[in-house]
Design a protein around this ligand. Structure first.
Ligand code: RTP
Ligand code: MG
Length: 159
């Protein structure tokens, strides 16, 4: 990298209840964030009520796994992060690996889901999949955080 500035992008990452329930797994995932030199802009532990879970996953409301997804995501505490990095969205999604646990284990055994995913639903982490969803999801988890202000600041963009 040297002195060259790199443009940072924000993403929302969540360590889901299945991983928070196991401190060793939580620690391993958190260390992956640090090892990959993400800047942790915000981080908090929180729990969802059922309604929060339904609201967040509205787009999946017709899918066969929706009920179990809603139950699972409101079953216990999770940890949410606003992460900054060059190409943060793509980088975090590649570190997570595929959604389906059999695919993760077979094609990307070193990925987070490959190593720690329990089932297709209890799959350890969430990550935004586009700029639009990152902005929406950051605001969903951190309503007091202003994404556009963050991007307008010079200071955190270049390090
Ligand atoms: P995410 O939105 O959480 O980053 O995951 P994704 O794009 O990789 O997966 P998506 O298809 O959007 O599904 C959202 C979450 O629903 C749960 N899920 N369960 N067959 C199942 O039981 C099933 N399929 C998906 C997972 O928790 C997934 O992350
Ligand atoms: Mg998705």
């Amino acid at each position: 990298q040297g002195n060259s500035a790199r443009i940072l992008q924000l993403t929302l990452a969540v360590i889901k209840p299945d991983a928070i329930a196991h401190p060793v797994i939580f620690k391993a995932v958190h260390e992956k964030i640090l090892l990959n030199k993400f800047l942790i802009v915000r981080s908090k532990e929180l729990s969802w009520r059922r309604e929060d879970s339904q609201n967040f996953y509205r787009e999946h409301s017709g899918r066969f796994f929706y009920q179990r997804l809603v139950e699972f995501m409101s079953s216990g505490p999770m940890r949410a992060y606003i992460l900054a990095h060059e190409d943060a969205i793509q980088l975090w999604r590649s570190l997570m690996g595929p959604t389906k646990v059999y695919r993760a284990r077979n094609t990307e055994p070193e990925s987070i889901r490959g190593m720690y995913g329990l089932t297709d639903t209890r799959n350890t982490t969430h990550g935004s999949d586009s700029l639009e969803s990152a902005n929406r999801e950051i605001t969903f988890f951190f309503p007091e955080f202003c994404v556009s202000h963050w991007y307008q600041q010079d200071e955190p963009h270049f390090r």
